[in-house]
Ligand binder design. Structure first.
Ligand code: DSN
Length: 449
C-alpha cells in the first residue's frame, strides 16, 4: 500500500512478501472493525525511521541518555500539538498503547484493592476497565462494573445508585462498542458526589471529539486516555491528558502521571511512534479532519438505518457514533459465523458480545461494525446503503445455509461446521465480493490527509 520496501525485498523477501499481501488485503477489503483505520503515508514514513534506534528514558530536557537533542524537540512538539488540539494543560505521549495508558493512570491514582468502576465488556467497556479475574485491572483492584439497561442504554439513575452504594475511588467513562454518546457531565456529577476520580477513555471516539460530534470530556474528567490509531488515524500508541479540573483537584497530578508511565511502567519511549503521532496530530488539526469526523457519524447513522430497514436488531436501537452492533439472536447465528462469512465476502468485522449475552465471549451473539476506515477512503451515505445491503445478503445466505445443513447454535461452535456453512453460501458470498471489489476500486486507500 504505502511501503516501497527496497531493502526489505532484498534482505528478507519472505517478510516483505507477507507485508505486501497484508497491504493488498487492506486495499481490497472493507475495513469495518471500528477500532481500525488507515494511517497516512506521512505517518508511516515517520514510523519507518532511524528514530527507532534511540534510547531516551525520561522526558524532554531530563533524559537518562545522551544524544537526545532532536528526540527532545520531536517529543516536545508532539506534546504541544496535543495540548493545543485538546485544550489541556498536560499530555504524556509516551504510553505504548491504550492498555499501558490506562494501567499508568491506575498506578498513579490508586492503591491495590481500591475500588474502580467501569462499563462491563458485554455492555461496551474494555478489558482494562476492570474486567474481573481475567485482567490486571480486575485482579489488583476491587472492580465494580456497571451495565447498560435492557434497552442497551446507560441508565444514569441506576448508575448513581450503584456509585453511592459502592463508592469507587475511580470511575472509568469509556467504551469500545457502546454506540451512544456518554454524558460526561453526568459522570462528573456522580463522581464528585463520592469524591472519585473520573477517567475518560476516549480511544474510540477521539476523532469525533475533535470534529465536535461527540461530547468533549475535557471540562469534566480529571484524566483522559486515548489510543492514537483509531479515529485519530495515527500510529499504534496512546496519550494521557491531564485536565485543569484534574490539576485543581490534585496539583501533583502531572508528575504522578509522568512518573507512573516512566519509570513506573515503561522504559524507553518509542520515538519513531511519537514522531508519527506528532504528524497525525498535525493532520487532525486541519479543517478536513472536522469534515472527516462528521462524515464518520453520518455514515454510521445511514448504515444503521438501512440495516434496521432490513429487519436487524441493533444494540441500543442504532448509533450516534462510529460504531454499531448487530444482535444476531433473532437470526439464531453466532457472531463467529457471521464475521467469518462477511470476511469471505471481503467485509472485515469482528464478532462481539451483546448486552446480557447468553453466549460466552469466544462464541458471542453479535457482530461489531464501524465506519472510520470506510470514511477515510471517501465513502459516504450512498456507499453505506450498498454495504448494508451486502451485509444483509451475507447474513441471509448464511441463515439459509445453516437451515439446509440443519445445524444448531452448538454445532456452529465447531470451526469445520462453520466452514461448511460458509461454503454452502459460497455463490451468494461471491456475488457480494464482486460488489466489495467494485467499491474498493472506486474508493482507493487514501495516502494523504
Ligand atoms: N481492541 C480495541 C477494540 O477493538 O476496540 C480496544 O482496545
Amino acid at each position: 500500500m504505502f511501503s516501497s520496501m527496497q531493502f526489505l525485498n532484498r534482505v528478507d523477501p519472505a517478510i516483505a512478501a507477507l507485508i505486501k499481501k497484508e497491504e493488498a488485503r487492506q486495499r481490497r477489503t472493507l475495513m469495518m472493525i471500528p477500532s481500525e483505520n488507515y494511517s497516512s503515508r506521512a505517518v508511516q514514513e515517520a514510523l519507518a525511521t532511524g528514530l527507532t534506534n534511540k534510547y531516551s528514558e525520561g522526558y524532554a530536557g531530563a533524559r537518562y541518555y545522551q544524544g537526545n537533542r532532536y528526540i527532545d524537540a520531536i517529543e516536545s512538539r508532539c506534546v504541544e500539538r496535543a495540548k493545543r488540539l485538546f485544550h489541556v494543560p498536560h499530555v504524556n505521549v509516551q504510553p505504548y498503547s491504550g492498555s499501558p495508558a490506562n494501567s499508568a493512570v491506575y498506578f498513579a491514582l490508586l492503591s491495590p484493592g481500591d475500588t474502580i468502576m467501569g462499563l462491563s465488556l458485554a455492555s461496551g467497556g474494555h478489558l482494562t476497565h476492570g474486567v474481573p479475574k481475567l485482567t490486571f485491572s480486575g485482579q489488583y483492584f476491587h472492580s465494580v462494573q456497571y451495565e447498560v439497561g435492557s434497552d442497551g442504554w446507560i441508565d444514569y439513575n441506576a448508575l448513581e445508585k450503584q456509585i453511592k452504594k459502592t463508592r469507587p475511588r475511580l470511575i472509568v467513562a469509556g467504551t469500545t462498542h457502546y454506540p451512544r454518546r456518554l454524558d460526561f457531565r453526568r459522570f462528573a456529577e456522580l463522581a464528585d458526589q463520592v469524591g472519585a476520580n473520573l477517567l475518560a477513555d476516549v480511544s474510540h471516539v477521539v476523532g469525533l471529539i475533535i470534529a465536535g460530534v461527540y461530547p468533549d470530556p475535557v471540562p469534566y474528567a480529571d484524566v483522559i486516555t486515548t489510543t492514537t490509531h483509531k479515529t485519530l488515524r495515527g500510529p499504534r500508541a496512546a496519550m494521557i491528558m491531564v485536565t485543569n479540573k484534574g490539576l485543581k483537584r490534585d496539583p501533583q497530578l502531572n508528575e504522578k502521571i509522568d512518573r507512573a508511565v516512566f519509570p513506573g511502567l515503561q522504559g524507553g519511549p518509542h520515538n519513531n511512534t511519537i514522531a508519527a503521532l506528532a504528524v497525525a496530530l498535525k493532520e487532525a488539526g486541519q479543517p478536513g479532519f472536522i469534515r472527516y469526523g462528521k462524515q464518520i457519524v453520518k455514515n454510521a447513522a445511514r448504515l444503521a438505518e438501512r440495516l434496521h430497514q432490513h429487519g436487524y436488531q441493533l444494540v441500543s436501537g442504532g448509533t450516534d457514533t462510529h460504531v454499531l452492533v448487530i444482535d444476531l439472536r433473532p437470526q439464531a447465528l453466532l457472531g463467529n459465523t457471521v464475521a467469518e462469512g462477511l470476511e469471505a465476502a471481503g467485509i472485515v468485522t469482528n464478532r462481539n458480545k451483546v448486552p446480557f449475552d447468553p453466549n460466552p465471549a469466544f462464541y458471542p451473539s453479535g457482530v461489531r461494525l464501524g465506519t472510520p476506515a470506510l470514511t477515510s477512503r471517501g465513502m459516504q451515505e450512498k456507499q453505506m446503503e450498498i454495504i448494508a445491503d451486502a451485509i444483509d445478503q451475507v447474513i441471509r445466505s448464511l441463515h439459509q445455509a445453516k437451515a439446509s445443513l440443519e445445524l444448531t447454535l452448538n454445532d456452529e461452535r465447531k470451526k469445520t461446521n462453520r466452514a461448511n456453512l460458509i461454503r454452502r453460501a459460497g455463490r451468494e458470498l461471491k456475488q457480494v465480493n464482486a460488489v466489495v471489489t467494485a467499491l474498493c476500486r472506486r474508493f482507493p486507500v487514501v495516502k494523504e490527509y
